[in-house]
Write a protein that binds this ligand. Structure first.
Ligand SMILES: NC(=O)c1ccc[n+]([C@@H]2O[C@H](COP(=O)([O-])OP(=O)(O)OC[C@H]3O[C@@H](n4cnc5c(N)ncnc54)[C@H](O)[C@@H]3O)[C@@H](O)[C@H]2O)c1
Length: 345
């Protein structure tokens, strides 16, 4: 959020822009790559808050049970953003949570501020305020042994592991012609291998009980091409392939495996100067013109929002973790405010 104040407010598109046939390749790609970042520059367009379940309790009625009551959930990338929202949504539904996060820089090629131990501590505070247990674990998803230890810790403390959410990820918005070996490797290692490590670490504990839910946070950019960060796209396409293959393999052990694929989400990963610059078309280096931001905002998402909120993603994760989704496996669920409709079936 740190650069928001530097960015220009959006204005309504001109009639010519509104009539641009097909939106124009450049505009569409810029907008898609922005994952609504440009669109998000428009003030006052934030998604409406999710409505809270608020039916009044009858006198003497038992307290309502959450959809994840008594479950044990491990979330990677738990310090902030989508990961924190997942921790809170799971806790609200009655789960205890182990939050795993590097809580520090994951790559020097990432152009936005890293999460901190204070961020992870804040997630812990918020989960505990909901009356649930929270185990903060600082570690890197590139280390499978570290994840295996975290699984042991969750099982040791909570008695089992019901759900694992592979959410940790990074974005390096550099094209294939400019990214160097290290930047390439960091993205693939964290986003794809990190997801594989998270799932693999959870298999023994889940297999033993013949029950488990594995959920990966992929991306709409894992279902389409965009010329912003090929390594990011490749990693997220890989995550969906991993999810589908693991679902086929692990179904016999009572484990479901699914992905959630969001459009741009209102987090630090999206809302930073480097991300905006990477999607600014040639001719506007280093700046984001108001009209492009407005066109992107208005035209990109059929539901008319610049991005979705972390809570929108967390709500789908809770569904996939719940009993209601017992026969849902091998699928990728869009949270794209309608934009995902542009991909093939
Ligand atoms: N924000 C978006 O627009 C968007 C869109 C689609 C998908 N996603 C995906 O959602 C997930 C969460 O992203 P976010 O927007 O909340 O980003 P974020 O940067 O706000 O949070 C990511 C968290 O992951 C942690 N992390 C990063 N590398 C790690 C590592 N190697 N080991 C352990 N933890 C690590 C970070 O410390 C941070 O707390 C990512 O997988 C991202 O690719 C984000």
């Amino acid at each position: 959020m740190q650069d928001e104040a530097d960015l220009p407010p959006a204005v309504s598109p001109s009639p010519e822009e509104a009539a641009e046939p097909g939106g124009g390749r450049r505009t569409v790609f810029a907008a898609l790559g922005a994952a609504a970042g440009l669109a998000g520059l428009t003030a006052g367009c934030a998604a409406p808050p999710l409505s809270a379940a608020s039916s009044p309790a009858l006198p003497g009625a038992p307290a309502p049970r959450g959809r994840l009551e008594g479950q044990s959930v491990l979330v990677t990338g738990a310090a902030r953003g989508i990961g924190r929202a997942i921790c809170l949504a799971a806790a609200r539904e009655g789960a205890d949570v182990l939050g795993f996060d590097i809580a520090g820089p994951a790559s020097r090629h990432v152009g936005y501020a890293a999460a901190t131990p204070a961020d992870l501590a804040e997630t812990e505070r918020l989960v505990r305020a909901l009356g649930r247990r929270f185990l903060p674990v600082q570690g890197d998803v590139r280390s499978r042994p570290a994840l295996a230890r975290a699984v042991d810790q969750a099982v040791g403390t909570f008695g089992k592991l019901d759900v694992v959410v592979a959410n940790a990820g990074i974005m390096v918005p550099e094209g294939i012609a400019e990214v160097n070996d290290e930047g390439w490797r960091d993205v693939l290692d964290v986003n794809l291998t990190g997801t594989g490590n998270t799932f693999r670490a959870a298999i023994p504990a889940m297999s033993a009980r013949r029950r488990g839910r594995m959920i990966a946070i992929a991306s709409l950019l894992g279902r389409m091409g965009a010329p912003i960060s090929p390594q990011y796209n490749a990693s997220k396409w890989g995550v969906i392939g991993l999810v589908k293959s693991a679902a086929l393999e692990l179904g016999g052990r009572g484990i479901t495996v699914n992905a959630v694929s969001p459009t741009g989400v209102n987090t630090t990963m999206l809302r930073n100067r480097r991300q905006y610059a990477a999607v600014t078309p040639r001719g506007f280096p280093g700046s984001v013109p108001d009209n492009l931001a407005a066109v992107a905002s208005r035209n990109l998402h059929p539901l008319g929002v610049p991005w979705v909120e972390p809570e929108d993603v967390a709500a789908v994760v809770v569904f996939l973790a719940s009993d209601e989704a017992r026969y849902v496996s091998g699928a990728s669920f869009d949270v794209t405010a309608g934009l995902g409709a542009i991909t093939t079936a």
